[in-house]
Design a protein around this ligand. Sequence first.
Ligand code: ATP
Length: 379
Amino acid sequence: MIRLEAVRKQFGGFTAVERADLSIRRGEFFAMLGPSGCGKTTTLKMIAGFEQPTSGRVLLENVDVSRVPPYQRNVNTVFQQYALFPHMTVAENIAFGPRSKRVRRSVYLPQVREMLEVVRLSEFADRKPRQLSGGQQQRVALARALVNFPSALLLDEPLAALDLKLREAMQFELKRIQREVGITFVFVTHDQGEALTMSDRIAVMSQGVVEQVGTPEEIYNEPASLFVAGFIGSANLLPGRIAENSSEGSIVDLLAGPRVLAHGPEQMLVGSQVSVMLRPERLSLLPAAEAHQLQISGRGLEGTVRELVFQGASARILLQLPDGTRVVTNVATDADLPFLRPGDSVAMTWKPGAAYLISGWPEHAGANTTDVDSVEAAL
Ligand code: ATP
């Protein structure tokens, strides 16, 4: 449906998008995710036609549209500031597109009614935008774009102006609308939770480069780079070197000391610098006496409890490895927790397959600094 081929965008001497190669399927809910300034909006604007690539090609339905102006592309954009016409009613706002294309009234009126139903605003048809809540205005903006029956709807942080509760409600609403109309949605966000909740696939961008494209599960479980691992969810990244490759995976000598078994997307050369990623919820805690046995199997580490924060169903625990590396884990607050106190020695373990290999060494070994900070701030 949409294809970017080696797309690059420069503003003067500044490269906003270094290289984007993407294919977006028909009917897909596709998110472009990344921190502020990584080039997601610029990429979206090149799909919409508001920016032209410096090099590379943008294809819509297999046609090169790189030099085609926005109004001649069969896509519609909903921006963060959805700028409804204040003097028009909701219905008139939605009818604006078809009217300006001189579609006959008898044709567009039923379409407007249908769109009002899709966004669940039929009883608000005669209100003015200022008589609506933020979420309702957002839905008018969606209906106004959808009534043109674009083959893709491009959304630039459309929920950013809404408060948290409404944003969460609108995430489900958007997903429902997309399913109902079956149109391809391309959604720009810097919020990883939003991207994971709504998307069929996600492109993670950093500094103008598409780092990985995959389903939410793939991106979370098998991040292609240290950046992706750290940006999506919480990750403990333990640096080491490949000691040996076997049929079960790779044996890694951690800089922190122990040897662990991990697997990655491909075999990496013996001696190469790697990080072993352990997600906090995949770690379980056992009595310290079991640490030795676990270390022999390559699925365990020894540590000391530093802090413990109760969060209801689970607790976040900050642990320290013997070399000082800090690791965060989540533990269900049922059985084991009452026995844990700061200063206790414990063994951490994980199921086979939970330790994932990523090439390179992280800036900080162990838990993300933000995770450590959040545990300490909670105390
Ligand atoms: P945000 O989440 O903050 O909107 P983004 O990932 O969408 O970030 P872009 O808007 O694509 O980022 O911008 C990428 C980079 O390109 C930024 O450093 C920005 O300052 C720069 N940039 C964007 N538009 C222009 C422009 N018209 N002229 C010069 N630089 C620009």
